[in-house]
Design a protein around this ligand. Structure first.
Ligand SMILES: [Zn+2]
Length: 328
């Protein structure tokens, strides 16, 4: 009940809780066999411990590459997870047949292809919700070549910034108002990732917030500097200490599952990169897991508000190593 008290300003209205409980009762009544998860979720709804987590994904694949294990875990313990896809209008599909399409049709063709990839991903994670913001990605919006998107300065007047903030605000005001935010760190410095992160930063002093390690960039050693700089910025500019926190897989074959979901985005990465993304989870092993199967994990950098909720709500566990090794 301590958790309920701390969330008292953010929990949903009695009306919406009533509807969710009704939905759960209907689920129980309609099921021939009551799955244990159904009982747990019904209990969580009843006690108000279901959190609405909002993940910001700059492009369609970022949440999948970086957070598949975390999303699976949060859904398994009964939370609601929504991915807000920001820059969903794109010409970028290097591993597809998009070059065979007429230039005038390429934007529609590529954007639709990438939407289908996302739909395949959501089918792997029942319960996951997705909302598209339909903004144009950097090469279209900023009229730049794709090979400089990680080297250019972000523009404080980027028209995407107020649109992203408005979208987050409307999610916070929706029926399932947001209880916690999950934001990219922008490892690798992709300008679209930095714009999304910077747009969302102002919400982190009000909401439990976790910053995720962007894959596949996080697998490169040269992004350590990006992480260090971001932690220093958070400390000085935002006056927030960020704590390394781990989400361990609840799946028996987590790396295989991560590989499977990464390969769904076949227009964006090749097999080697999908394998890199999957293997990255091995660096965050659960030392308490004594089984034969190595269960991987994902690391988040979380603020004090998140940390206060993390244990009671099964969000993540603090990384015991104060040095936070391994660093990228
Ligand atoms: Zn991206």
């Amino acid at each position: 009940m301590k958790c309920w008290a701390s969330l008292s300003t953010q929990v949903e209205s009695t009306h919406s809780i009533y509807h969710r409980i009704t939905e759960q009762i209907n689920t129980v009544l309609c099921a021939h066999v009551v799955h244990p998860d159904t009982i747990i979720i019904a209990y969580l709804c009843w006690t108000g411990l279901v959190l609405n987590l909002l993940i910001l994904s700059p492009h369609r694949d970022d949440a999948a590459f970086s957070l598949t294990i975390s999303i699976a875990h949060w859904l398994a313990v009964g939370h609601r997870v929504t991915v807000l896809n920001i820059f969903t209008r794109s010409l970028y599909a290097p591993y597809s047949d998009a070059d065979t399409v007429h230039d005038n049709d390429r934007l529609t063709y590529v954007s639709a292809m990438r939407k289908k990839e996302d739909e395949s991903f959501t089918r792997c994670l029942p319960g996951l919700a997705m909302v598209d913001l339909n903004l144009k990605d950097a090469p279209i919006r900023l009229r730049c070549e794709t090979d400089i998107v990680c080297d250019m300065d972000s523009d404080p007047n980027d028209t995407a910034l107020p649109k992203i903030r408005k979208a987050i605000s409307s999610q916070m005001d929706s029926v399932h108002s947001t209880h916690a935010l999950v934001i990219p760190i922008a490892l690798g410095r992709h300008v679209d990732h930095r714009v999304v992160r910077d747009a969302a930063l102002s919400f982190s002093d009000k909401l439990p917030t976790a910053f995720y390690e962007d894959l596949p960039y996080a697998a490169r050693t040269d992004v350590r500097e990006d992480l260090t700089r971001f932690r220093e910025d958070a400390s000085t500019r935002l006056r927030q200490q960020l704590h390394p926190s781990l989400v361990y897989s609840t799946l028996d074959h987590s790396a295989a599952f991560k590989l499977k979901t990464a390969t769904l985005y076949a227009s964006q990465i090749d097999e080697e990169l999908a394998d890199t993304i999957a293997r990255f989870s091995h660096r965050y092993q659960d030392s308490n897991n004594q089984g034969d199967e190595q269960r991987g994990g994902e690391r988040l950098w979380v603020n004090d508000l998140w940390l206060a909720q993390a244990s009671a709500n099964n969000l993540s566990v603090i990384q015991p190593d104060k040095e936070a090794t391994p660093l990228p």
